[in-house]
Design a protein. Structure first.
Length: 577
């Protein structure tokens, strides 16, 4: 029974599957006729051996052969058609859930390192692949297996007993296959995913690994994960392969046993030669779906695991509710008793923080490492939801805005800069397929990166990799700053914006902040370096997640210096004693 926590996710998956119900009924109807036409071969052999050979009538043989050609042609068309229909059912299922799963994956990955989020898209693809695979066709054919077994029993009861006994053994093998292959397949999938993620991580950090002589150690770590993946894969393959071989061997043996028993009954005069051949062919057709399911069980098992993962992911990340569209807000930011607990943690990183930023103001957020500056930045962008208190933009709480709409109103430069595969223009335009040239250039000029971009071989059309490619760390940070300024956001949040900038870049950053203030925008700068708060009007000092000071920059700095001198004096007097 599925846990209650997964019911909502399961219902979403079932709803997407139900949209293909008409296609499944269509395939079921075609499967009925296709399986009826499977009787063509046995009936043809029955007629040839018992009628044609006995009467030596060439006309009868020709007529039967022409009829068989026609029926096999129809069967081929039906088989081909239902295969095409199932392929489209799988594609429709995936298309129905692509957007939902993608959003859930991004939303979940943004706040937590969750394995079900990392594999969300591949899990959806595995279910789609199962729907389109021959295994699904075998499932549609399986209900007709008893009909073929009954047909065999009509020829002679002993043949029916042999067929049912053989089919029962194959079913037992299928059940054992599921039981014994589940754990090895799961371990193999986990190990393969771990090795893949480690390979991606090493590739992304290749510069560091190469420059610091870490290649051997990195290979050892990756190779260890890779060997675990290979061992797990071999173990799962051995289990499934052994059951597949057993199934194939048993099926071939049963067909021979059917011929042997049939021949014996023919010798006893209880069966005709045609019925003997027909029973053997019917047995092969009856057992074919079972053999297919056993041989392709890994596809089914991967789909079952994918279905479970998807239901868990969709349950953890419920659908977003449609929100009433709000007008473009003014650049007024209010933080009221904000308390933030990072996802997966139980301890608050921010505790009851209060401050207000008016349009045209720049606020510097300072404090020691771990004080909660980046946590505040994530809360102000709506990435992390408050555990207590609210963040309001022009009077409306952040969760009243559609996430994509909120992202258009807020420009965010994270502490760790990451660009994306594509052109510089596409990166500045936040991955828009058709970037607005005027807005792209305006953002680049405000970030003082325009001159650098036009000096590149292809200018704004220069393609870069996710790691920046030919761009230095400072250039990447300035391109990311242009991305934050794209499309006229009302609030700009900069987390350590000058960590990779030289003096020229820092001057350009301050000039951009000044321009934003003059345009009536609000700016928040999380900073360690004093150069980043040059243009700030206000300072917010955080320490251990609490706001210990907030006010005009000069006043806060003066108070901080005075407190520092008082502490130094007290320590000095204590030392004299």
């Amino acid at each position: 029974m599925m846990p209650k926590s997964h019911l909502h996710g399961v219902e979403e998956l079932r709803a997407a599957r139900r949209k293909n119900r008409s296609l499944f009924w269509f395939v079921g109807l075609f499967s009925f006729f296709a399986n009826m036409l499977m009787l063509t071969g046995p009936l043809y052999m029955l007629q040839v051996y018992d009628r044609v050979l006995g009467s030596r009538s060439e006309q009868t043989l020709v007529a039967l052969s022409l009829l068989v050609v026609f029926l096999y042609g129809i069967m081929g068309i039906l088989d081909y058609t239902r295969g095409r229909v199932m392929a489209r059912a799988g594609a429709r299922f995936q298309a129905e859930l692509d957007h939902r799963v993608f959003n859930a994956m991004v939303r979940r990955s943004a706040v937590a390192q969750d394995p079900v989020a990392q594999t969300g898209l591949s899990d959806l693809e595995s279910v789609q692949r199962f729907i389109s695979s021959p295994v699904t066709m075998a499932i549609f054919d399986l209900p007709w297996t008893p009909l073929f077994l009954v047909g065999i029993a009509i020829f002679h009861p002993w043949l029916g007993i042999l067929a049912v006994a053989g089919g029962g053994v194959l079913i037992v093998i299928t059940v054992f296959n599921q039981i014994f292959s589940r754990k090895p397949a799961l371990h193999a999938a986990i190990a393969a995913n771990r090795a893949s993620l480690m390979g991606d991580e090493i590739r992304n950090e290749a510069e560091t690994i190469q420059s610091m002589g870490m290649r051997g150690a990195a290979f050892t770590r990756w190779n260890t994960a890779r060997e675990m993946s290979l061992v797990g894969g071999l173990s799962a393959s051995d289990v499934v392969g052994s059951f597949s071989t057993m199934t194939k061997t048993l099926r071939l043996f049963l067909q021979s046993a059917m011929l042997g028993l049939g021949a014996y009954l023919v010798l006893l005069g209880e069966l005709t030669p045609g019925a003997m051949i027909a029973a053997s062919i019917l047995l092969g057709r009856a057992l074919a779906p079972v053999e297919m399911i056993v041989n392709q069980w890994q596809v089914a098992q991967r789909a079952l695991k994918g279905w479970s993962n998807l239901s868990e992911l969709l349950e953890k990340v419920p659908p977003e509710q449609q929100r009433m569209p709000l007008p473009k807000p003014k650049a007024k930011l209010e933080v009221q008793a904000l308390t933030v607990v990072p996802p997966g943690d139980t301890r608050a990183q921010l505790k009851s923080v209060n401050f207000v930023v008016q349009p045209g103001q720049a606020v510097g957020v300072i404090g020691p490492s771990g004080a909660g500056k980046s946590t505040l930045a994530r809360a102000l962008t709506g990435l992390w939801r408050p555990a207590g208190g609210t963040v309001r933009l022009d009077g409306a709480a952040l969760d009243q805005y559609e996430p994509d709409v909120l992202g258009q109103h807020i420009g965010y430069l994270p502490q760790r800069v990451q660009l994306f595969e594509g052109t510089i223009a596409e990166n500045i335009a936040r991955l828009s397929g058709q970037p607005d040239p005027q807005k792209v250039v305006a953002a680049a000029k405000m970030a003082a990166v325009h001159d650098m971009i036009v000096q590149l071989p292809d200018g704004y059309d220069t393609r870069i990799s996710s790691g920046g490619g030919r761009l230095s760390g400072g250039q990447m940070q300035r391109v990311a700053l242009a991305r934050a300024l794209y499309d006229d956001p009302v609030i700009v949040i900069l987390d350590e914006p000058n960590s990779n900038l030289d003096n020229e870049g820092s001057l350009a950053l301050n000039k951009a902040i000044k321009s934003l203030k003059e345009a009536g925008k609000s700016v928040l700068i999380m900073a360690h370096r004093p150069a980043a708060i040059t243009e700030c009007d206000l300072l917010l000092v955080l320490d251990h997640g609490q706001a210990v000071a907030f006010g005009p920059k000069e006043q806060v700095l003066k108070e901080r210096v005075a407190n520092h001198q008082t502490l130094q004096k007290a320590r000095s007097m204590g030392g004299v004693r």
